[in-house]
Design a protein around this ligand. Structure first.
Ligand SMILES: Cc1cc2nc3c(=O)[nH]c(=O)nc-3n(C[C@H](O)[C@H](O)[C@H](O)COP(=O)(O)OP(=O)(O)OC[C@H]3O[C@@H](n4cnc5c(N)ncnc54)[C@H](O)[C@@H]3O)c2cc1C
Ligand SMILES: NC(=O)c1ccc[n+]([C@@H]2O[C@H](COP(=O)([O-])OP(=O)(O)OC[C@H]3O[C@@H](n4cnc5c(N)ncnc54)[C@H](OP(=O)(O)O)[C@@H]3O)[C@@H](O)[C@H]2O)c1
Length: 242
């Protein structure tokens, strides 16, 4: 069966740093849930090169937004970063993914934990009504190498989320140092968020670097949380970016 593609038009390419960018795309109407992703593509040397990207915008917003990092040796991301207003972007017709609140059991506190561009799906989720209706506390954690990579701060601060940041490769006032798993183990993450991270009260969604997913999940297991599965409900729902 041939895949269905839509062709949208880039209306903005916002550079945040020399490697981080956000694309806004119109003219590709799709149905999906906040937290899902879709494949976006460019035709390069006669071949369609497609990669998964999470929606940043909430589903009710008809302009699609994607948040990317340039992987210098990657075939697609450096080209996406160069797109200009008016350029075409192909968008697959079949959004997918399980990093969605409809897969997550109820709890007192929802933890949304990300590294790098793994922030993207949580920006979509934060701009829907569901987290605020279902969870008393929502904590957004964003870990980056450098403080300038703490993007979308105004948007995040406009929500009611408790916002905790990590900067790992320089000193940054207002951010925790080091990596998330260590801060779970020694209690710094809970202190910064002002809520407990315990199996009785918490659901955790993780997105980004695959090794971070493993290391954070291991730190959470020590705390008594376990992977969530439809048939064996738990507390941890993950999406790996590579
Ligand atoms: C479900 C899903 C959702 C995704 N959503 C996003 C998104 O919203 N934003 C986004 O930038 N990427 C996202 N990705 C990654 C994206 O699909 C591409 O892999 C990425 O844009 C690089 O594409 P490329 O063709 O340049 O290099 P690729 O050949 O795809 O990747 C080369 C290498 O780059 C590294 N890499 C890939 N993606 C990232 C990343 N995001 N951050 C740091 N290192 C990376 C990995 O080491 C990977 O092996 C997602 C991936 C999956 C599976
Ligand atoms: N960010 C940049 O400056 C930059 C520049 C050029 C290209 N890129 C491209 O983007 C890729 C990486 O991008 P990125 O910086 O967004 O993502 P990243 O390497 O995943 O780093 C983001 C954050 O996740 C942390 N992290 C990494 N592994 C972890 C683990 N196992 N457990 C917990 N935390 C972990 C990092 O801490 P540590 O710092 O301790 O690793 C950092 O704070 C590179 O491979 C490169 O292709 C990035």
């Amino acid at each position: 069966m041939s895949e269905k593609w839509l062709t949208g038009t880039v209306i903005e390419n916002r550079p945040w740093t020399e490697t981080l960018f956000s694309l806004r795309v119109e003219g590709a109407p799709l149905k999906y849930q906040a937290g899902q992703f879709v494949r976006i593509a460019l035709d390069i040397n006669g071949e369609r090169v497609a990669r998964a990207f999470s929606f940043v915008n909430p589903p009710q917003d008809p302009v699609l937004e994607f948040y990317g990092v340039i992987v210098p040796e990657g075939p697609l991301s450096p080209r996406l970063a160069k797109l200009k207003s008016g350029d075409a972007l192909h968008v697959a017709g079949n959004p997918a993914g399980f990093l969605v609140l409809s897969e997550v059991p109820d709890a007192e506190t929802l933890w949304l934990i990300s590294t790098g561009t793994g922030l993207a799906p949580f920006l979509s989720i934060l701009r829907t009504e569901t987290p605020w209706r279902r969870f008393r506390n929502v904590v957004l954690v964003h870990a980056v190498r450098h403080a300038r990579e703490l993007t979308y701060q105004d948007l995040i601060r406009s929500t009611r989320a408790r916002y905790v940041t990590f900067v790992s490769r320089e000193q940054a006032a207002g951010s925790l140092a080091g990596r998330i798993p260590a801060a779970i183990a020694d209690g710094r993450l809970e202190t910064a968020a002002g809520v407990k991270l315990a199996p009785e009260s918490s659901q955790v969604m993780l997105c980004g670097n695959p090794q971070m997913l493993k290391d954070v999940a291991a730190a959470l297991v020590v705390r008594g949380l376990r992977k969530h599965r439809r048939r064996a409900p738990g507390h941890i729902t993950v999406e790996s970016f590579w």
